[in-house]
Ligand binder design. Sequence first.
Ligand SMILES: [Zn+2]
Length: 139
Amino acid sequence: MEIVQIEKILYKPQFVPDTGSYIDASPFKHRSRNNPLYECRCQAGSFFNTNSQFKQHCQKKTHKIFLDDYLYYYKDADISKQEIKEYRIENEKLQRKLDKCMGLIRLREQEIAFLNGIQDANVKESDDEFEDASDGIYS
Ligand SMILES: [Zn+2]
């Protein structure tokens, strides 16, 4: 029997800049169905995927303690995760840019090698000409 992996989203309270605190904000629309499954870190096995389940969950004592202590326990970790996500995206973009630049450099190197080849051939030709000319002067 195959185990179906259900994708869970970690619930994060919403930051209120005016008060510098966190409040519960439902990730679901009122009466919406077929929502993704959210997990709350206040207690193992805390899941919800409807607005009413979410509201019920927020009334639990363990959740209220979680919310009060969110700033202290989880804020830094969540910010770090968000930053890592952003850096990965930025890194991917920069990697693509770098690949493009490396391709251009390789192309330019080939052009330079080609042009140096022509120049060497020209120098050899002009050396020949010089030798020819000096023959007349020094002999
Ligand atoms: Zn909770």
